[in-house]
Ligand binder design. Structure first.
Ligand code: HXC
Length: 257
């Protein structure tokens, strides 16, 4: 596909998506969001791809939704536009998605990062939800995902103030998986993604699905769900391969079936 605001590439079994509107700090206009979702969905459909990575070109990961584009909106135009169904498709991806951020991860950019599975950050990253300063609020899951991660009072304080916080603090709050010096962020993220791509894909997939149920199911229902997924993995060739390789003291080679 021909994309205008992103660049897409594959590397071994990884699918890489680079946000590419560096002049405006990768401000997410609607076409760009649509391209990101399309690119990830096409990696999802591609049997050779096992792990996806999203990152940004230039000075920042993304400084939020495109304010120029939003400035003229009204509730009816937003309702008719129905842009968030596109964002919702991100949560339907079953393969691991790692987001690697640097510079700024603000507003919609932060929401995009929180919609991914793992968040790796350069030490220079500033995180925040500046929407309040524009007299609006997050709309792509920010209030929900942030609160589930850090709890109500911390989330409220951060969202109300609209302040930017350093990567180190975001990491202490449990939002960031790994912190790297800026120069090696992408290289280290790819290294990690390569490691993950050697793991049995069906396990990764059903672990992701089960963990996400822990967020919205009761413990009992979540455990029933986990159990079914556990049983299901015993129908895979990879389960036999993984266990036989252990018994035969050799390295397993997983096929994803
Ligand atoms: C449109 C943006 C932008 C944005 C930056 N730019 N962020 N354009 N939408 N969100 C543009 C600037 O206008 C400028 O263009 C260029 O990018 C470089 O930015 P500067 O401001 O010159 O850089 P700097 O002084 O380093 O300041 C960086 C910054 C600041 C602190 C990140 O750009 C900033 O405050 N940006 C807006 C952040 C924000 O409010 N985001 C939330 C948006 S609301 P020119 O042409 O002047 O060079 C949102 C809601 C999501 O995300 C709802 C769900 C989708």
């Amino acid at each position: 596909a021909d994309y205008k605001y992103i660049q897409v590439e594959t590397k071994d079994q990884l699918g890489l998506v680079m946000l590419n509107r560096p002049k405006v700090l990768n401000a997410l206009n609607r076409q760009m969001v649509s391209e990101i979702v399309q690119a990830l969905e096409s990696f999802e459909q591609n049997d050779r791809i096992r792990v996806m990575v999203v990152y940004g070109n230039g000075r920042a990961f993304a400084a939020g939704a495109d304010i120029d584009e939003m400035a003229v909106d009204n509730p009816v135009s937003l309702e008719l536009l129905n842009q968030f169904t596109e964002w919702d498709r991100l949560s339907l991806l079953k393969k691991p998605v790692i987001c690697a951020v640097h510079g700024f991860a603000l507003g919609g950019g932060f929401e995009l990062a929180l919609a991914c599975d793992l968040l790796f950050a350069a030490e220079d990253t500033k995180f925040g939800f500046p929407e309040v300063n524009l007299a609006v609020m997050p709309g792509a899951g920010g209030t929900q995902r942030l609160t589930k991660l850090i709890g109500k009072t911390l989330a409220l304080e951060w969202l109300w103030s609209g302040e930017m916080r350093e990567a180190g603090e975001a990491s202490r709050l449990g939002i960031v998986n790994k912190l790297f010096p800026k120069e090696v962020l992408i290289e280290e993220t790819i290294k990690y993604a390569q490691m993950l791509s050697k793991k049995p894909p069906l396990s990764l997939r059903l672990i992701k699905e089960s963990v996400s149920k822990a967020v919205d199911y009761s413990l009992y229902e979540g455990m029933q769900f986990e159990r079914k997924n556990f049983y299901l993995l015993f129908a895979s060739e990879d389960q036999k391969e993984g266990m036989n390789a252990f018994i035969e003291k050799r390295k397993a080679n997983f096929k994803g079936r």
